[in-house]
Design a protein around this ligand. Structure first.
Ligand code: ZN
Ligand code: ZN
Length: 151
């Protein structure tokens, strides 16, 4: 694991309810997490995306499928264009998140699979998976991950 990946992991915390990985390090002026790399600040989600999926092609942006700017879970990130981002803003203004029919991983939000959580909806399948993953991770690490108890 590279230095950057290690640093990012230390500055993030997993939200089991949504399987989001929240960046708790310093923030960019844009509201995205910022990480120092080669002498300049880069978006943490972009860095994570590149570590996981390879370089971001010119003209593309990294978008959040889960709508959480702080999230750096590579599974919740996808490539898009600036135009996609603008369209998203328009769509969200009209329908907001409540109209989403699927979770960021593509599971359907039906009655069975949806857990209401603080005004949002949580995907039961993802939650179970996240719980299982964090359990395995703890076993592997042999210790609890650093957690922010205030969030
Ligand atoms: Zn997320
Ligand atoms: Zn899901």
């Amino acid at each position: 694991m590279s230095d950057v990946a290690e640093r990012i992991r230390e500055l993030s915390t997993t939200i089991p309810e949504t399987s989001c990985i929240w960046w708790i390090g310093s923030n960019h002026s844009t509201g995205y997490g910022g990480v120092w790399l080669n002498g300049k600040v880069r978006g943490a989600h972009r860095v994570v995306y590149e570590l996981e999926h390879g370089p971001i092609p010119d003209g593309f942006v990294v978008r959040h499928k889960c709508d959480n700017r702080k999230c750096i879970n590579p599974d919740h990130l996808e490539l898009g264009t600036h135009r996609d981002n603008a369209n998203d803003c328009i769509n969200r203004g009209r329908h907001h998140l409540a109209s989403r029919t699927h979770c960021p991983s593509g599971h359907e939000f039906n009655e069975e699979n949806t857990i209401p959580y603080k005004g949002a909806r949580v995907c039961r399948t993802c939650k179970q998976e996240a719980n299982r993953r964090s359990y395995i991770k703890k076993l592997k690490l042999g210790k609890m991950r650093r957690k922010s108890s205030r969030s």
